[in-house]
Write a new protein. Structure first.
Length: 432
């Protein structure tokens, strides 16, 4: 029963899309289990760039069956846009290749309006959400007032459910945020038209995934966002609204707890973050400009979903050890090592101090208030000048690049099995 999990170990944008793409080549079923179109996975194949927010990146491989799990929140408009984009590039999309859980929650334009109004009302304390309606959709889910994907199948009652939803949105927009009301009938008609297109893809997904596992087929669970954005384990309150750790796989896919073959953590060779919240190793000035992109790809560090420039800093091994703890990582896939080429010295955060006292893992807390009080303790490692983009074997890497990777392994206790040195599929180094 080969179940593999790919997890982001930082604040998202670690490069999970290209990792899932590589693993999907040998997988039968690829499933998203959390989040919505606030996720952004980018895959480069030859001269084609695929930017996906909802559909698993494994869909690019013709042999894979893809699933949108019940732990997700689904915007029909985004799904349809991605289907059309994929078809235009020659990727086959049909119910024989894609399935949407009937138990997933729906995102509506009303959720998006609420999301933006709520964050704007926070002023200087804004969370920095994507504005995609993710939080409000999960709030409705928790309040047991949300709309489920399976309701689309009931043509008789679903229109009335939508009207009631948009009417309630109007009340909240007006009373809580002094925002103008929306046209309920117009929004209902437009949403029904989009939702209708999803009917053939809606099904209960648990039996499909469980059958694949029992048959010995490889199932790849694709996480969205990063572990440090987890609602419970992340830098609360600057987090997303779903479970972004490996623990969310089972409830998010409806398959029950069972053996996992491997949990692959994806980490950049440095640290990035989009949006607000504490960031102990954050850098500014020349170093920040360098880390956002160098050489032929300047300013590469923009969020796939938001388009906002990512905050950047040195790699934080304290947080990496923490995400290993909460996910049970079996290995690491290190991305963007090539960006570090050209630095004389590379700083790595190996510990924290708070009020002059060293913080160990027993004292460590990932909540925003505690993390904001932490001062990073750095170790300096020698850099390298060589361009890594053509390296394809471990032996091809400069000595100092190999030493950097080995230092990360030694200080975290997690083996780094794969390294990416460029955006192309082939720009990958497999160790052993």
């Amino acid at each position: 029963m080969p179940l593999d999990i790919v997890i982001g170990t930082q604040w998202g944008d670690e490069g999970k899309g290209r990792v899932v793409d590589l693993f999907a080549e040998n997988s039968h079923l690829v499933a998203r289990y959390n989040g919505g179109d606030n996720a952004g996975h980018t895959v480069t194949v030859a001269d084609k760039i695929y930017k996906l927010h909802v559909i698993p990146t494994g869909v690019i491989h013709p042999q894979t069956f893809c699933v949108l799990g019940n732990g997700m929140v689904i915007n029909p408009g985004t799904v349809i846009e991605e289907m059309d984009m994929l078809r235009s590039t020659g990727v086959e999309i049909n119910p024989a290749r894609l399935m949407i859980s009937d138990a997933a929650q729906l995102i509506t334009p009303g959720h998006r309006l609420l999301d933006r109004a709520q964050d704007a009302a926070l002023g200087k304390n804004q969370i920095g959400t994507t504005g995609r309606g993710i939080g409000p959709a999960y709030v409705d889910k928790a309040a047991r007032s949300g709309l489920r994907v399976g309701e689309i199948l009931d043509r008789h009652s679903f229109p009335d459910r939508l009207r009631a939803h948009f009417t309630d949105i109007n009340k909240r927009l007006s009373a809580l945020y002094s925002q103008p009301e929306i046209d309920v009938e117009k929004y209902t008609a437009e949403y029904l038209e989009k939702a209708e297109s999803l009917r053939p893809y809606i099904k209960r997904i648990g039996p499909e995934i469980q059958t694949a596992l029992k048959m010995g087929k490889t199932v790849l669970a694709e996480g969205a966002q990063g572990s440090l954005l987890d609602l419970e384990q992340g830098t609360y309150p600057f987090v997303t609204s779903s479970c972004t750790t490996a623990a969310g796989v089972f409830s998010g896919l409806g398959i029950g707890i069972q053996p996992v073959r491997k949990v692959v953590g994806v980490a950049k060779a440095f640290q990035t973050r989009v949006g607000s919240g504490p960031f102990p190793t954050e850098q500014a000035g020349e170093i920040a400009s360098f880390l956002r992109g160098s050489g032929s790809k300047p300013w590469d560090e923009f969020g796939t979903t938001t388009g906002r420039p990512r905050r950047v800093g040195w790699l934080d091994l304290v947080l990496l050890r923490y995400t290993q703890e909460i996910n049970g990582l079996t290995e690491l896939f290190l991305t963007k090592l090539d960006i570090l080429s050209g630095l004389e010295q590379i700083q790595v955060c190996v510990a924290y101090e708070r009020e002059g006292r060293k913080i160990d893992m027993l004292d460590f807390s990932c909540d925003a208030k505690s993390l904001a009080q932490c001062v990073p303790v750095y170790e300096s490692l020698p850099g390298w000048k060589e361009d890594l983009s053509l390296c394809r074997r471990w032996q091809d890497l400069p000595v100092n690049a190999r030493a950097y990777i080995e230092a990360i392994e030694e200080k975290t206790g997690i083996p780094i099995t794969t390294i990416s040195v460029g955006s192309e599929r082939t720009a990958t180094i497999y160790r052993d």
